[in-house]
Design a protein around this ligand. Structure first.
Ligand code: IPE
Ligand code: IPE
Ligand code: MG
Length: 229
């Protein structure tokens, strides 16, 4: 499952509050959602927290977000360890504040034993950049398989192993677009768009999305199992 967590700014604005208030509320939703996902048996959860294009926002908002990410990581590690959650961060690291990179590395190290659910937070992430980095030099290896490319893609985003295919992509906040998130991995993803703003997203909303997903007929280009008999 992957989630584009959108709508923090609009949530704050509706309350006459600064956008940062929305991001703080969004961080609380992350905590809730991670616990709900683990409880519901999700194997891997990838959350889009900051895109490569979000650097275009005013520096005060970017700085506030970086502080929130650092505090979130520092505060969540013990909870992740308790719940058997292995946390990793995907995306570029060279543009992030040094203290945040330190917090990322500590969180990854301390939660490395978590096997119940894989939690990936996408920070300064751009699918196009990851694909470009993975493709750079790939031709030197001769014929590259899809599996081989997925491994390169993971490495290009600081991830381990192979970048897993997304089964269900959820986007909150009402927009129906991917905003440069997991383009390769979403080739056959089921897409679930909800108008709910991210701070209002609940465990029940996640359950609803999973229920709808369970009813989808995934054909992968073949025939429906009902037809193929
Ligand atoms: C998502 O909420 C959080 C980030 C992109 C960091 P937004 O900040 O995009 O909220 P809206 O879309 O302006 O409501
Ligand atoms: C996508 O949301 C990025 C994250 C949720 C982190 P944006 O709010 O940045 O996307 P656009 O600008 O509406 O496409
Ligand atoms: Mg947005």
């Amino acid at each position: 499952v992957a989630i584009i967590m959108d709508g923090n700014g609009r949530w704050a604005r509706a309350r006459g509050r600064p956008r940062t208030t929305g991001h703080l509320a969004g961080a609380r939703t992350v905590r809730r959602t991670v616990e709900a996902a683990a409880r519901l048996g999700v194997g891997a959860l990838t959350l889009y927290a900051f895109s490569g294009d979000n650097w275009r926002r005013p520096s005060a908002e970017v700085e506030a977000l970086m502080r929130i990410f650092r505090r979130y990581l520092a505060g969540e590690v013990s909870r992740c360890v308790e719940n058997g959650i292995g946390l990793t961060v995907i995306g570029r690291r060279d543009r992030l504040p040094t203290v945040l990179v330190g917090a990322i590395e500590a969180a990854e190290r301390e939660t490395a034993g978590g096997r119940r659910m894989r939690l990936r937070i996408a920070l300064d992430y751009s699918a196009r950049d990851a694909i470009l980095r993975a493709a750079g030099g790939a031709s030197a290896d001769g014929a590259l398989t899809r599996e081989g490319f997925a491994e390169r893609l993971a490495a290009a985003s600081h991830d381990e192993g192979s970048s897993p295919d997304v089964d269900l992509l959820i986007r909150t906040g009402g927009e129906k677009r991917l905003s440069d998130f997991l383009l390769w991995e979403c080739a056959y993803a089921e897409l679930h768009f909800t108008p709910r703003l991210w701070p209002d997203f609940s465990a029940g909303d996640l359950e609803d999305a999973l229920r709808v997903f369970a009813r989808r007929d995934r054909r992968f280009g073949g025939l429906s199992s009902a037809v193929a008999g």
